[in-house]
Design a protein around this ligand. Structure first.
Ligand code: TYD
Length: 220
């Protein structure tokens, strides 16, 4: 029997926007409709990429080095996990993908967007080169004012290199997400994350139904 087409969905937002809780709910929703789900994250998802993650999140480095490492991790992750899972018809739920690089390294750290675009082309080109770049079919963007995210994060745990950045950094990162969303509005579902977890969850599920990815009436 032919299997369902693979589905690639990424989840984005500034630190503290509350992605993780909702990714779990989305995984359960797909599984309850009989889909096989691969939950993964960036940087990370393979042994090599998880090693790179530790470096990126904990070691000081310039923005080019950081960008090269996140794209190297992404390449390994695509080759080792994402592409094979999609080929098997699985639903891939990825906690961050390339939009995070444009938001954090590009907008946040002010790194050259042209270089990031070149890296994106290299890393996300498909092996037969005939098709468009590998991109998520849908990106759920949890949009939250940075001061609200900061209040949620404070005291929660020991902050990593990015989480300990000042508010102005996250204002810039949030602007980076808004720019990526404006450049590719069909791919993005912007969710107002400044609501109760229940309300956010409902909006996420509605976005998945509206795309026809989850069964059920679009507005239900
Ligand atoms: P995050 O996804 O928030 O994981 P956790 O919930 O465990 O903190 O952490 C990943 C961090 O890495 C986050 O601060 C954003 C950063 N990051 C980049 O700077 N560039 C990237 O390309 C990616 C994927 C993440």
């Amino acid at each position: 029997m032919p299997h369902a087409a693979g589905l690639f969905i990424s989840f984005e937002g500034i630190d503290g926007a509350g992605k993780s809780t909702h990714i779990e709910a989305v995984a359960q929703a797909f599984e309850s409709q009989g889909r096989s789900v691969t939950r993964t994250r960036e940087p990370g998802g393979t042994p090599l990429a998880e090693t790179l993650r530790q470096l990126v999140l904990n070691e000081p480095m310039d923005a080019l080095t950081e960008s090269l490492l996140v794209f190297a991790a992404r390449r390994d992750h695509i080759q080792g996990v994402i592409a094979p899972a999609l080929a098997q018809g699985r639903v891939v739920l990825c906690d961050r993908f390339t939009d995070a690089t444009f938001a954090y390294q590009g907008a946040g750290r002010g790194f050259d967007l042209g270089v990031l675009q070149t890296l994106e082309q290299w890393v996300q080109s498909r092996s037969d080169k005939s098709q468009a770049l590998l991109q998520p079919q849908l990106t759920i963007w949890f949009d939250l004012p940075p001061h609200v995210a900061a209040a949620r994060l404070s005291g929660a745990r020991v902050p990593d290199k990015f989480e300990s950045q000042p508010l102005a950094f996250f204002e810039a990162v949030a602007g980076g997400y808004a720019t990526r969303c404006a450049q590719d509005p069909q791919r993005f579902a912007r969710i107002n994350a400044d609501q109760s977890p229940e309300a956010v969850r409902e909006h996420v599920m509605a976005a998945l139904r509206a795309k026809g990815f989850l069964r059920g009436a679009p507005g239900a």
